[in-house]
Design a protein around this ligand. Structure first.
Ligand SMILES: CC(=O)SCCNC(=O)CCNC(=O)[C@H](O)C(C)(C)COP(=O)(O)OP(=O)(O)OC[C@H]1O[C@@H](n2cnc3c(N)ncnc32)[C@H](O)[C@@H]1OP(=O)(O)O
Length: 495
């Protein structure tokens, strides 16, 4: 029985890839106008179904909240569309007259799209739109906890694309989810690239598949508050960023790091915004339910409201609490809440000055978020510059909620639900992924003239016997000197 189900799920993955490949071969002959029309219809369908898909995602996964999931679906369709609409992705996409170059876009082919349980519909809308904008087909692998809503989002995107003239099969989604089927999809010879968003083991599996993979896994985003910050705004944005979709975005704030001289004032502002500070006993209780024994987050609390976590931990919190804050004194296994939590819980650290803050942020990133993002609330350009030059992150988000800033909703970054973390995290991409990461660029290069080839004079070999003066090395060796050297060499060799 189990074996039958496994075979059935492998076969489904193969069939989806076969259909996607056929569709992609047709799609690659579409014009820019045809492609843009398809994207526009997908945008419309994404917007029209944003609320329904949000409802489905919350009720199936139990993670996040309806309003923010609506926003994420809308962002993945409308905001993304506005950003990618002007992009040239078909034919000659750039002509450089000075360097006599043409750049021509070629789709990569069939893409495997791995979808996380934390953003199970918005990531489908986003990945389907960027894949088709670059004339690729895509087959999704849903997380086992979000199969229905992810399939529904894929179906809506597929139907909209077909209605606008796209070939049948251009967007597919596995319904019989198993790790075997996901591996089959990732390793299938007709799959050209993997867009992997999800838990660390899956992202690692994508990198190990032998295919080019753009992956994003966990972050551990610190929010550093420096003395020059606008404290009421910083508090407002930290709570907003942390509670956005109940902390399910990988760029969400995981810990506040604040300079001692402004810590008490910041705490008052955070409390006014709905942060509830835990006492040491409560920190232990919350830590026991939020983190699992193996050190990772307990999936039961991911994307949950503070009330749920408090009940589980057996603590009492005020009704209006928006997030729980755990004062911590270190980073590592001794302080389990110093790791990524993906829920409405924040760590809190006091530091003497920005130098110590810089060090604390570095420790937090090293503990699991290297390459990802860091938020700063600061109006001192010098300190921002120091952080920017020294921190191993690809997104330094200034005076903005990190979760929204990281995905490009409240900053000028490209709107995206796949945030590249660079080689620090094993990824080949260090920026927010867009349709331009899903094309090969052919370059046509015209002859610009043969460069003049200067005759090089032979160098002296005096160094064989003695260290020459630097000046001597620069001198041209004339014929007489050359003969002398050759004689010396022959003499040395006893020839
Ligand atoms: C812009 C952004 O916000 S991108 C978001 C990036 N961050 C994320 O996606 C969050 C990362 N996700 C996670 O850390 C985890 O999924 C959690 C914490 C949310 C949930 O954790 P868990 O449910 O314990 O584990 P996980 O999701 O890794 O996997 C559960 C099981 O489903 C399996 N699974 C996960 N995805 C797939 C898939 N696509 N196909 C088949 N199986 C899968 C895993 O192999 C695992 O199986 P196992 O129990 O036999 O080992």
């Amino acid at each position: 029985m189990e074996l039958d189900r496994d075979l059935c799920s492998l076969q489904e993955a193969r069939n989806l890839v076969r259909d996607a490949r056929k569709a992609q071969e047709a799609l690659m002959n579409f014009t820019q106008e045809q492609v843009d029309k398809i994207i526009d219809m997908m945008r419309e369908a994404g917007e029209a179904n944003a609320a329904r898909l949000a409802m489905m995602a919350v009720s199936e996964t139990g993670m996040g909240n309806y309003n923010d999931k609506c926003f994420k679906n809308y962002f993945a369709s409308r905001t993304l569309y506005d950003f990618i609409k002007p992009m040239k992705t078909v034919g000659i996409i750039r002509e450089d007259h000075d360097r006599k170059l043409w750049e021509i876009a070629e789709p990569v082919g069939v893409i495997a799209g791995i979808i996380p349980t934390t953003n199970p519909t918005s990531t489908v809308i986003y990945k389907a739109m960027i894949a088709l904008k670059s004339r690729n087909a895509i087959v999704f692998s849903p997380h086992p906890g979000a199969v229905r809503c992810t399939n529904e989002a894929a179906k809506i995107m597929h139907q909209a694309a077909i209605a606008a003239g796209a070939p049948e099969g251009v967007i597919g989604c596995i319904t019989n989810v198993s790790m075997g089927a996901t591996n089959e999809l990732m390793k299938h010879p007709s799959v050209a690239m993997i867009l992997a968003t999800g838990g660390s083991p899956l992202v690692k599996a994508a990198y190990s598949s032998g295919k080019p993979a753009l992956g994003v896994g966990p972050g551990n985003v610190p929010a550093f508050v420096e003395r020059s910050a606008d404290l009421p705004k910083a508090a407002e944005y930290i709570v907003l960023g942390k509670t956005f979709d109940n902390g399910t975005i990988c760029a969400s704030e995981q810990a506040v790091v604040v300079e001692e001289c402004i810590a008490d004032e910041l705490i008052s502002h955070l409390k006014r915004q709905g942060a509830h500070f835990l006492d040491p006993e409560e920190v232990n209780k919350v830590s026991n339910v939020v983190m699992s024994a193996n050190g990772g987050v307990n999936p039961k609390v991911v994307g949950k409201e503070p009330k749920f976590i408090a009940q589980l931990a057996g603590i009492v919190i005020p009704d209006q609490t928006k997030c729980l804050v755990a004062p911590l004194s270190g980073v590592g296994p001794q302080w389990p809440l110093s790791y990524e939590k993906l829920t409405t819980v924040l760590g809190f650290y006091r530091v003497a000055d920005w130098h110590e803050g810089c060090e604390r942020c570095f420790q937090l990133l090293e503990a699991g978020g290297v390459g990802h993002s860091l938020a700063m609330h600061c109006n001192n350009q010098e300190v921002i510059r120091e952080f920017a030059l020294k921190k191993p992150v690809n997104r330094l988000l200034i005076n903005t909620p990190a979760s929204m800033g990281g995905v490009g909703a409240s900053t000028g970054l490209s709107p995206s639900f796949t945030l590249g973390c660079g080689t620090w995290a094993g990824s080949s991409v260090s920026e927010n992924v867009t349709p331009l990461h899903l094309i090969n660029i052919k370059r046509v290069a015209w002859h610009q003239g043969i460069p003049e080839r200067k005759t090089m004079q032979p160098m002296g070999v005096a160094g064989i016997w003695e260290k020459p003066q630097a000046q001597q090395l620069n001198q041209q060796v004339d014929a007489r000197l050359l003969k002398e050297i050759i004689d010396k060499v022959l003499q040395h060799l006893n020839v």
